[in-house]
Design a protein around this ligand. Structure first.
Ligand SMILES: [Zn+2]
Length: 123
């Protein structure tokens, strides 16, 4: 969940961690997402234009933090889902490099099938 901070700029304000932590968990049930969104919306006083669902995240512990073809397919399914109703969704992928520093990529998926790399600012 993120805050819209400026033109094309969003700050992640809340993340949820799936209990199983497996790739299967990434393909979460829509009901789970709705439940998480409801409590986030309550805390942000239903200011949907400023605070909203932005997308999904997971780690690639042992390979590059770039979306796999399965990741692409999952995100395209989410952005096309009328129950989600998103104009775009972002996939954040993180990993720890050899020096144990966090590295991350983010990609934005649009309902028309386009995918664009985003700039990630950590910290
Ligand atoms: Zn992945």
């Amino acid at each position: 969940m993120a805050e819209h901070c400026g033109p094309n700029e969003f700050a992640v304000r809340e993340i949820s961690v799936h209990a199983q932590g497996s790739f299967a968990a990434f393909l979460r049930k829509i009901e789970d997402a709705i439940g998480r969104l409801t409590s986030f919306f309550e805390r942000t006083r239903y200011d949907y234009t400023r605070f909203n669902y932005i997308g999904e995240w997971h780690s690639h512990p042992s390979f590059v933090p770039e979306p796999s073809s399965r990741d692409d397919a999952s995100m395209r399914k989410i952005v096309a889902d009328p129950e989600v109703g998103a104009h775009f969704v972002v996939l954040l992928i993180v990993k720890l490099d050899a020096a144990a520093d966090l590295v991350a990529t983010a990609h934005t998926y649009l309902p028309n099938g386009e995918k664009h790399r985003a700039v990630v600012k950590l910290g």
